[in-house]
Structures are given as C-alpha cells and as structure tokens.
Design a protein around this ligand. Sequence first.
Ligand code: FE2
Length: 267
Amino acid sequence: MRIAVFGDVMGRSGRNGLLDRLPGLKKKLALDFIIVNVENSAGGFGVTADIVEAFLDAGADALTTGNHAFDQREEIDIYDREERLLRPVNFPASNPGRGSGVFEARNGASVLVVHAQGQIGMHPCDDPFAAVDREIAGAVLGKDMDAIVVDFHAEATSEKCAMGHFLDGRASLVVGTHTHIPTADDQVLPRGTGYITDLGMCGDYDSIIGMEKSEPLRRFITKMNTGRFAPANGEATICGVIVETDPATGLARSIDPIRVDGRLRRA
Ligand code: FE2
C-alpha cells in the first residue's frame, strides 16, 4: 500500500498550497492513506475546526499536530470531537483528544497512526520512547496492523534518529516533523522501517522556517521581542514522503521524498 505524509502546514501559504494539490497528488500517486501535520496551519499557530474539515474533505485520513496543538484556545474541543485529529500521545493524559488511532485506508487496510513529541529543546512532556512503545505494544505489524506510522515531532535530529532505530522493524514508517526543513536522509532502515529525520514544511521557503523574515531577523540581531511573528505568504513548496509497504509484512519496500512547487528543488 502507498502512504504519504505531508510536513507541517504553515499558514495560508501551506494551507492553500496543499489543499489545492492534495486531490491531484492522491490520484497521481495512487495514495491509499494520507497523513498531514497541521499544527501551524492557522496563522502559524495551531489549527481550527474549519481547517481540519478542509483537509479531511481534500483527502487526508489522519491529521497530526505537535507543540502548537492547543494554540487556538477557542477551538480546543475539536480534539475531543474529531478522532482523526491527533495531539502528541505523551502530553498530559488530562489533555483533550488522543495521540493515536487506528484508521481504515482506501484499500481496506488497517493503519495505526501514533503521534509523539520529543523532549530535547521542546516544552516538557513524558518520555516519548516509552509512550510510543506502549501504543504499538499490542499491534504486531503485518498481523494485527497492515501499517504503523509514527509522526515524531521533535527538534533534535539525534532524538528523531533514535526513534527511527527504536522502531525499526516494528513500524512501517517513522517521520520527523517540527523543524520545517526537509532532510535528505529518507531511507529504509535495516529491519524495514521507512524513515526520514524531517519532512520539511508545506509553506513558503523564502522565510525563516515559514515566518515572514523581518521579525525573526530582528529578534536574532537585537535580542528584543518587539514585534509579532506572521507567516510568509509566498508560494508554498509541498514537502512530504511516500512509502510503499509490503502487504505481507507491513514493512517499507521504498521511501521517496515529495517536493512540489515553490522554491525547493523538485523531488
Ligand atoms: Fe512544532
């Protein structure tokens, strides 16, 4: 089966860019299952019910988030209403929503999606390795689940690499998100798990990780937080990966980057 995951949707640029292209990509790439990270889709901070609905209507099967999951405070109840929208599983248990779910792909296959946040350079959360381990403990790939996909939302490349190897042979695909810059290490790990350290964002790359350049530049240079961050709204590059799994084992046969339009080299 063919699964695509698209990286952090950044503001209007990323939102409209991916919403416009998702139905076409789904058809062209014959995608059975689509995951989109939407944590920056509402003006760069969080997600709204309308945006969730738009991505599900456009063909997404599950949506992940991250450290900005609850930024849109008046919209938080969507996490309890919409089970296809996930927040990190290692957030406090009292938080709204859930961090994993089993979904049916277009080909009838079962897909377990687990979403976790890293601990290095992120706000405090529970151990992501123990949390993901618990989530997949009862699900043997190729037996109980046709595919298992983990979105690990983390800052440190080392922590993301460690999660990839921790799950190698037990998950179909482990993707890193959060840094908004795509890495070139997409690979099938030795025991058969597709892996990439970061998908990159869907957004305008003439920016500082998706934000209009002037305010972040000013903060780096003057060390003063005098203005407000605003998403950059030039044409988006759509970034993600596609993995093809072996139906018998659920492991990855191949992984390839997806990079379409905007400023980055096409893949
Ligand atoms: Fe993030």
